[in-house]
Structure formats: structure tokens, C-alpha cells
Design a protein around this ligand. Structure first.
Ligand code: ZN
Ligand code: ZN
Ligand code: FE
Length: 759
């Protein structure tokens, strides 16, 4: 019997062909296996029918841990058998690699970890031990095909021991491009702050000891540098906050084990599975009542971002210390991408850190850690990066054209949409300056190259002044591509629709800011979106509220609160109580009131984020926003301990949800009702009001699906309250599972609109 088999999925660079070889040989079959790029892997087998049956069973049941099979197509061939053995054909042609799926970086596997700890193993204590099932991929690949000479491992020729394993189809390291050992692989070394070598026979564990003693150590990893510090000693954390100009923004931490995490945070089964998964993301976990790590790690928040070690090096850091965790934050200067070059690290981190733990392998591509939060049992991406990028999001339909989406401004990513695959880049950051813009362009080009895509259109935001809009214009001009501008909140909802393959949706889209159809500031919208036309309709929104001083109001939420309260209550006295929380004190209050009176320097917004900010200011949770989402995040942290004490009925005026009513009620009750309860009631008011509006519109339009997207969808209380209302109305409720609801998912949404919706 002769059979041709095509397997589609993540089947390249994950040890899939060696696996096929092994099960073919085991079942006494002849033939070949080869990569067919976008078409996945092609297998031809010849042999007895029983053996082929067993082979097919093995194919499904025993596949390598990193392989993902989307589809298996078999075709029985006529003719006589013509192979006398089974072979792995080398991948060669570029066309074969079009749309290939590049695997992301993978955490160290169980077997490698065992070898790392085994004194008899040749790779005992080797900090970069890897095999076909684990190790870096995306961050070392310069071009395809994925062979050693196309990666930054080419600087490390294999020794004979490694080469023997690499060449043995029955070995776990067969064709593992990252295979290396202490003899032939990358080396690790410790330097002082000036880059002077610190002689030590065990530099990694020495770095761990230094961290434990209170020094700040920069550690080079797979996709960039981390700055590490103790989680128990305040001094290095104070230094770090000062030097990084990060007053309040939470630091991620790394803990050696689940047991260590359980001493300070709560872990539910979904979170545990995520922490342990081969993607090893940072998971936001709820602090325990007896939380004992420094309050400087995640000030004012109920949760803390924790990850488990994902390389041998990380595990070794903890070997000789008792610390429950170390701070492990991306080494990036403010508004700049994560550092990846050694000399850049020495220069940029000068005066901030005490030691550097370097290794001598180049980083081909930066990649920050991923961040995930769990709502109940559902994961919500906050940042989809290491461990995920650039593995594609698989869609149910083919795009009409090949599109590059460049995203918005904050927390940005790029996306290449090719047929039924959306390749979303790693986290790029806030694209406000040359460095991040260049990183965005570089990451886009890398994605295009790796997938061998022929771009037809570039999609970007509607905002005329965004750096990404200008970049899109330039790329479109230079290459003769069509440029398609997509409204911010429409892109959010379109991404949600594509993820769930839905044709029509009433979308609730809430975030901080997006450029409206006529240049207005939007951020609390009810949109009706269909796949058929490239149009959407704004059916409702939050009441427009004044931002006194424009962007200043975004930074100082007291201004938002004052603007809303101004018409209804005398805010003078209250503002005077807060004069120390405004940069210019009394003088600033005078200016604010004057501007409200005249309407000068006041812009209007329907943003949901700003309403949450205003509540945060009234409840004394946050007066200055030092990082994106800070007031709203701190408000949620407070609300999580509260209940709906106010039981306000949302007031709808036509298609507009009245938010002044909410703010005034919160203000009036601020000294009578507990802050936790007021915070919770504010969430319920907004969630219920938006859900009522959405359900009303869904019934009017006879649409069955209601979705929730935008940065506010990170908020668990908002999401669950909206869900309750929508589902009790008999409609289906959708949230993101594969891409972030925030602006990290925007490039994908733009690409979807440009790829599917346009004619
Ligand atoms: Zn391994
Ligand atoms: Zn070796
Ligand atoms: Fe947004």
C-alpha cells in the first residue's frame, strides 16, 4: 500500500520530521518526509496496510510536544513501491517555505532539566542546554530555512559529541539547531558595572548570590536583557525605580517553583497550567493576604506578575539562595525597545546596575516576555510575545489579500495576514520615537521575509499624526501598496470577530483613547460591525465629558473628575483639599476652573478609561497616572474587595450612557460608603449601562453576538458584569482568547479589516 499524507500545523522546527522518521522506521515503512512550506509537511509511505495503520495512530498519539496538527490529508497512491528505505529530505526552495510557521521560543523541557541536574551528563550544569523540544527559535533565526547556518548558533560549530547526537535520527537532539554543550556552545560570564570580567568558576550561581545580597544584575537572555534584583530588600528596588523613571509601574518577578509562588500568591488550576506551560508567560496572580514581598514590586495592585524559569540559566540563579523570587524586568530605557546588544547594555544601563551576566550568543530578534491574566478559567493576553510570537493565529477563512497591519501607538505590534494565518509580531512597545519605529519596521520586514509574503496593502490607524500612520504612508509609497486606514475601535471589534469567525456583532469597545471618525476622542463605544461591508456604525457611546487641559487630564485624573463634577457640585473646596496633588497647587485650580467656565483648552471624550480614572481620583486611589492604565488598574484592585452597595440604575439618554450621574453619586457618597464598595458600584454601573445599550441595539438589528474589546476588557469585574447581563438576555457573549483585547491586538484587527472586509 502507498499513501501520501499532508500535515498542516506547527510542524516545522519542532522535531516533526525526525518524529515521522522514527515512527516510519519503527513500523517498517519506506518513503520520505519533507517540508512543504505553507502546505506543511508532506509524507510518502509504502508498506503493509497494518503497519501504515499503526503509523497513522502514532502520528496523532505520539507527536512532539511542540507540534500542533491542524489538518491531516491522506491520498492513496497507485503504482508499485519504489523506495527501499525511509528518508528525511532537506528543505531547499524558498517557494516551499512560503507561509511557513516559525516556532516561538520554548522553555527548557523536563528531559533537558533532568540532564542539567545530572552530574554524569555531559551537559550537567550547562546553562543553555536544549533539544528539539525546547530552546530558542524565533530570537535566533535570521532567515529560513531553519538550519543552523541561518541562526546565530552558526558561531558555535558543534563538537563531535554534539554532532553525533545531531545526526542520529533516533536521538532527541536529531537536527536540533540549538544543540550545544559546555565544550562547543555559548559561554556565560560575569562582569562588573564597567564590563570588566569578574573571574568566577560558576558565574550564574554567583549572580544569584549577588542578587540575594541586594545587588542589581543585568542578565542576558534569549530575546533581550533583564534587569534583576531582590524581591525582599528595598534598597535595590528604590534605586531601580529611580533609575528607570518608573515611579509605580509594576515589575515582573521570577520564582524558582510553584511552591515558592504559593508562599506569596494564590494560584488557580488555569494559572498553574499557564505558569508551567512551555510558553512560560508572566501570569498576573492575586497577592495572598500574607504577601510578604516588597510593596515596591507592584504598588497599589492586588496582583503581581510572576513567571517560572524558562532556561537552564534561570534555574541555576536560584540554586544557592533562599529567595522566593527575583525581580526580572525587561531592560529597556524609557520608551525604547528591550536592549539586545552587549555594548548597548553597558552604555544604557551605566549607573543603574552593579553587575552584568553576559553570554556570547547574538540575539537576532528582540522578544519581551508575554503577560497573561486569567479571568475565572479564561486566559486574557495582556502581551502576546515570547513563547507565542510569531506562531500565527489561525483563521477559519482566507483573507482576500495579503496585508501588513502596523497597529496604533501604544503597546504596539505588527501583523502580517496571509491567507488564513495572522502572524502577529512580538511586543514592540510605544511607537513614539525613532527607535521603536525602527523596531516596528524591522519586525514587520522579518515577518514578511520569514513567511515569504507578497504584501498588497498596508493597514494603519485613522489618526493622521501617529508615527505608525506616517510609516504606513512611506511603506505604501515606496512599494506601491494600497494604504487602508482603519478606525481604532472598529479594528478592536474586527479582531474579535475574526478570532471567533463571526459575521455580525454588536461590539462594546472600551479603552483610553482612539481617534473617532471625525477626529473626536472615542473610548466607550457601541459599534455595529458586519463582515459584508467595510463599514461599521457607531450606535451608542458614553456621555462626552470634558478633559480640562487635554492630555494633562489623562495624566492627572483629578482634572477629569473636576470637569465632570463642575456643572453639578461646587468642586472648589474639594479641589483645595487636593492642591498638593496638583503640580502647581492653588494656581492650577484657578486655571482649571477658569478653563471649565470658558471652555478654553477643554476637549471632549467618550472614553471609558477616563471615567474609571475620575472614580479613582475621587476615591483617593490615584492622582497621577505614571503608566498606562494605572488609575483604572488600582481602582479594580480596590473594587475586587467590594460589593455593589449603591445599586445605581444606569441612565440612558437615547443612545448615550449618562456618566455624570455616576460620578456625582460616587462623589456624594465618598464619605458615607466604603471605598471598596463604591469602586465596585462604579464598575457595575458602567458595565450594566454599556451592556443594556448593546443588548438593546442587538435586538433592534437582530444580531445574536455581543462582544467586548479594548483595553478595559482586561478588567475582570467589567467583563464578568457585562457577560452576566448579555447572557441573561439570551445573546452570545464574546471576548478575546487568542489576541490581546488592548492595543497589542490592533494590528491584527486592522489587517483583518483590510484583508477581509474591503472589496
Ligand atoms: Zn529539551
Ligand atoms: Zn558540543
Ligand atoms: Fe485601544
Amino acid at each position: 500500500m502507498r499513501l501520501k499524507i499532508r500535515v498542516r500545523g506547527i510542524v516545522q522546527g519542532v522535531g516533526f520530521r525526525p518524529f515521522i522518521y522514527r515512527i516510519a522506521v519503527k513500523n517498517q515503512l519506506a518513503g520520505y518526509v519533507r517540508n512543504r512550506g505553507d502546505a506543511g509537511v508532506e509524507i510518502l509511505i509504502e508498506g503493509r496496510e497494518d503497519d501504515i495503520k499503526r503509523f497513522m495512530n502514532d502520528l496523532r498519539a505520539k507527536k512532539p510536544p511542540l507540534a500542533r496538527i491542524y489538518e491531516v490529508i491522506t491520498e492513496q497512491l497507485k503504482g508499485e513501491p519504489c523506495y527501499d528505505r525511509f528518508e528525511i529530505y532537506k528543505s531547499s526552495y524558498k517557494s516551499e517555505l512560503s507561509g511557513s510557521v516559525i516556532p516561538p521560543d520554548i522553555s527548557i523541557c523536563e528531559e533537558c532539566l533532568k540532564e542539567l541536574r545530572d552530574p554524569k551528563d555531559p551537559r550537567y550544569d550547562y546553562f543553555f542546554i536544549t533539544c528539539t523540544n525546547c530552546g530558542p527559535r524565533y530570537t535566533i533565526i535570521e532567515k529560513l530555512p531553519y538550519d543552523r547556518e541561518n541562526t546565530t548558533m552558526r558561531d558555535f560549530p558543534m563538537c563531535s559529541f554534539c554532532h553525533d547526537e545531531y545526526s542520529d535520527p533516533l536521538n532527541r537532539r536529531f537536527h536540533a539547531q540549538t544543540v550545544a554543550c559546555p565544550k562547543c556552545g555559548p559561554k556565560v560570564y560575569l562582569t562588573d558595572r564597567d564590563g570588566e570580567l569578574v573571574e568566577h568558576k560558576d558565574p550564574v550561581r554567583e549572580a544569584g548570590r549577588l542578587l540575594s545580597e541586594g545587588f542589581i544584575v543585568t542578565i542576558k537572555g534569549y530575546g533581550g536583557f533583564h534587569v534583576a534584583a531582590s524581591t525582599l530588600i528595598e534598597k535595590p528596588l528604590i534605586r531601580l525605580r529611580k533609575a528607570k523613571h518608573r515611579k509605580q509601574k509594576p515589575f515582573a518577578i521570577m520564582a524558582p517553583s510553584i511552591e515558592a509562588i504559593e508562599t506569596f500568591a494564590e494560584i488557580n488550576p488555569t494559572e498553574k497550567a499557564l505558569l508551567f506551560s512551555y510558553t512560560r508567560p508572566i501570569v498576573l496572580l492575586r497577592k495572598k493576604d500574607e504577601y510578604y514581598l516588597s510593596d515596591l514590586i507592584a504598588p497599589g495592585l492586588h496582583n503581581v506578575g510572576v513567571m517560572l524559569p524558562y532556561t537552564g540559566l534561570h534555574y541555576m540563579l536560584f540554586d544557592e539562595v533562599e529567595d522566593p523570587a527575583f525581580v526580572m524586568t525587561s531592560a529597556n530605557p524609557p520608551n525604547q525597545p528591550i536592549i539586545k546588544e552587549d555594548d548597548e547594555a553597558l552604555k544604557r544601563l551605566d549607573g543603574i546596575v552593579d553587575y552584568f551576566l553576559f553570554h556570547n550568543r547574538q540575539i537576532a530578534h528582540r522578544c519581551d516576555d508575554s503577560v497573561i491574566r486569567v479571568h475565572g478559567e479564561k486566559q486574557v493576553f495582556i502581551r502576546r510575545s515570547r513563547g507565542y510570537a510569531p506562531a500565527p493565529v489561525i483563521l477559519k477563512r482566507n483573507s482576500k489579500r495579503c496585508v501588513l497591519g502596523l497597529g496604533g501607538e501604544l503597546n504596539n505590534t505588527a501583523c502580517v495576514l496571509l491567507r488564513d494565518k495572522a502572524f502577529i509580531s512580538q511586543h514592540i512597545g510605544d511607537v513614539e520615537n525613532i527607535e521603536t519605529r525602527d523596531f516596528l519596521e524591522e519586525a514587520s520586514q522579518h515577518l514578511i521575509r520569514l513567511t515569504n509574503s507578497k504584501i498588497e496593502a498596508v493597514a494603519c490607524d485613522l489618526h493622521p499624526k501617529f508615527t505608525t500612520t506616517n510609516l504606513a504612508k512611506r511603506i505604501a509609497d515606496e512599494n506601491g501598496y494600497q494604504m487602508i486606514q482603519v478606525q481604532h475601535h472598529y479594528a478592536h471589534i474586527a479582531s474579535l470577530m475574526a478570532e471567533h469567525d463571526i459575521d455580525e456583532m454588536i461590539g462594546i469597545c472600551c479603552d483610553g483613547y482612539g481617534y473617532g471618525l471625525n477626529g473626536e476622542a472615542w473610548g466607550g463605544e457601541i459599534l455595529f460591525c458586519t463582515r459584508e461591508s467595510h463599514r461599521f456604525k457607531r450606535l451608542g457611546h458614553l456621555q462626552e465629558q470634558p478633559l480640562v487641559g487635554g492630555d494633562l487630564a489623562t495624566r492627572f485624573p483629578l482634572r477629569v473628575a473636576a470637569g465632570i463634577l463642575y456643572e453639578k457640585v461646587d468642586v472648589m473646596e474639594w479641589l483645595m483639599q487636593h492642591k498638593k496633588n496638583l503640580t502647581h497647587g492653588e494656581m492650577e485650580i484657578e486655571v482649571i476652573l477658569k478653563q471649565l467656565e470658558t471652555g478654553r483648552n477643554v476637549v471632549e471624550t467618550s472614553s471609558c478609561g477616563r471615567i474609571l480614572d475620575a472614580v479613582a481620583a475621587i476615591l483617593d486611589v490615584c492622582y497621577e497616572r505614571t503608566y498606562e492604565g494605572e488609575p483604572a488598574m488600582k481602582l479594580e484592585s480596590l473594587a475586587i474587595r467590594g460589593k455593589d452597595a449603591l445599586k445605581l440604575n444606569p441612565i440612558l439618554r437615547g443612545d448615550i450612557l449618562d456618566t455624570t450621574h455616576l460620578i456625582v453619586e460616587i462623589f456624594k457618597n465618598k464619605d458615607k460608603v466604603s471605598k471598596e464598595n463604591l469602586a465596585f458600584s462604579a464598575h457595575v454601573y458602567l458595565a450594566k449601562g454599556l451592556a443594556m445599550l448593546a443588548v438593546e441595539k442587538a435586538k433592534e438589528k437582530d444580531v445574536k453576538a455581543v462582544g467586548f474589546s479594548g483595553g478595559v476588557a482586561y478588567n475582570e469585574i467589567m467583563t464578568s458584569e457585562i457577560r452576566k447581563f448579555v447572557e441573561s438576555s439570551g445573546l452570545k457573549f464574546f471576548v478575546h482568547e487568542a489576541v490581546p483585547p488592548g492595543d497589542g491586538g490592533l494590528s491584527f484587527g486592522q489587517a483583518v479589516v483590510a484583508g477581509f472586509h474591503y472589496r
